[in-house]
Write a protein of this length. Structure first.
Length: 446
């Protein structure tokens, strides 16, 4: 079989083999840390906390932390504070001249912005840490073991451990990016999602099996729909619009260059899964502001903590559309593309080189980004519709939504990197010649 042959080829390449083993090692460290409970916490008294994270926005937060949140682990705050800090810095790089200047300084500027992002992450963690401990105390009080929360050694030491845990998770993500395979931060989130999938699958299967009147048939129908949504998400992530480009003929000596028509592939969803991750981080802000235990009397806060409610999904969809345009604008630079075409004696048939070409590419990107962002938003809110048809909370999260889209995007990115290593060493990739996995850049992985 081709898949077995490809796996053998992967193992033959020493660099790729070492990267995969390094990634697996870091993932094991992350999963192990998710079960290390904060000192002074009785794991048997976490029943109420696990119940709190069984549904709603808290379930999503627990999923992003790989279950560390409900385990009162040192990794409980997860990677989301770092993503929130990254969003703030990227927004500042558009609005604030100081950050704009830094962004143009190349690698040194990028390192400075990364350092500022880390400092901001620590600030967010110092705010969220005590809030998490207050909620933990309330939940443990229901089990008859309240915590002494206040300005004491337990609060200070636990806050430091929570901050250190999240920063260590961020460090693991960066090491996966540098020495492993795939984008480390996205891969950390993917691991947390996949860790929840088997339990959700078994739970849904058990509940349908106990239903009278064709429960098993309903479960099989759910699986078919899940696979269809998964296939549609792959098509959305990989879909492209090709712009024809003609290169002018050049004669140097006795040789003729150019005169060949090629295509510029523009992705329908150039931003990939980043709008989903960014929008989800914004939707966690109500928890960060009011604390993990929101007041039941505050209807506004409750509306934005119910991930099955109308207002939550409406705002979530709008944020995804906005972040898709925002992130596409960062990735795709029509002016630079037009200049590169002009320098290489290339032009789009019927369009003048230079400014007109840049405007044409920008118009095409705007036209394909709008339907792409809307489809992305629709897939993101599908779990709410699945809940309306009686699908369990845990399993419904995989009917589209953040879980499915992140899984699709990160898995395709990772496979694209692996395939690039294979093709560089003249091995066949995962598919037959002519079929290649498209990565986040939108280019084919040749």
């Amino acid at each position: 079989m081709k898949l077995i042959e490809t796996c053998k080829n992967i193992w033959k390449i020493e660099d790729l083999r070492n990267r995969l083993l390094t990634t697996a090692l870091f993932v094991l460290i992350y999963r192990f840390g998710s079960f290390i409970v904060l000192p002074g916490i009785d794991p048997t008294a976490l029943t109420a906390l696990k119940g709190q994270t069984a549904g709603g926005l808290m379930a999503l937060l627990d999923m992003f932390s790989g279950g560390a949140f409900s385990n009162a682990s040192i990794f409980a705050l997860g990677i989301m504070p770092y993503i929130s800090a990254s969003i703030v810095i990227q927004l500042l790089s558009i609005a604030v001249p100081y950050f704009q200047k830094m962004q143009k300084e190349g690698e040194s500027g990028r390192q400075k912005m990364n350092q500022i992002t880390r400092y901001l992450t620590v600030a967010i963690l110092l705010f969220q840490g005590p809030s998490y401990l207050v909620n933990l105390s309330v939940q443990m009080a229901q089990a008859g073991q309240p915590l002494a929360i206040g300005l004491n050694w337990f609060t200070i030491s636990s806050t430091i451990l929570l901050c250190a845990g999240s920063m260590f998770v961020m460090w693991l993500g960066e090491r996966i990016t540098d020495r492993g395979v795939g984008n480390g931060i996205s891969f950390i989130i993917l691991i947390g999602i996949i860790a929840r999938l088997p339990g959700a699958f078994v739970q849904e299967f058990s509940s349908r099996l106990n239903d009278a009147g064709g429960g098993l048939i309903v479960f099989l129908l759910e699986v078919v729909i899940l696979l269809l949504v998964f296939a549609f998400a792959i098509m959305l992530v990989q879909g492209t619009r090709r712009i024809p480009v003609q290169y002018a003929k050049r004669i140097q000596g006795n040789k003729q260059y150019g005169g060949v028509r090629q295509y510029i592939p523009l992705k329908v969803n150039a931003a990939n899964v980043m709008p989903i991750i960014f929008a989800q981080a914004i939707m966690f802000i109500p928890i960060a502001i009011v604390g993990f235990r929101a007041s039941e009397s505050n209807a506004f806060v409750q509306a934005f903590m119910d991930n099955n409610g109308f207002w939550y999904n409406f705002v979530f969809a709008l944020l995804i559309i906005a972040f898709t345009y925002f992130y596409t604008a960062i990735i795709i630079n029509p002016v630079q593309m037009a200049e590169n075409l002009k320098l290489n004696n290339g032009f789009i048939p019927g369009v003048k080189p230079g400014k007109k070409t840049a405007e044409y590419i920008d118009t095409i990107m705007s036209r394909i980004t709008l339907p792409g962002s809307i489809l992305l938003a629709i897939i993101a809110i599908l779990p709410a519709f699945a809940r309306l048809f009686g699908v369990s909370m845990g399993f419904a999260q995989f009917f589209g939504g953040t879980s499915l889209l992140i899984m699709v995007g990160v898995i395709l990115d990772t496979l694209q990197q692996i395939e690039s290593h294979l093709l560089m060493r003249h091995y066949d990739g995962f598919f037959e010649s002519g079929m290649r996995i498209k990565g986040r850049s939108g280019a084919m992985a040749y």
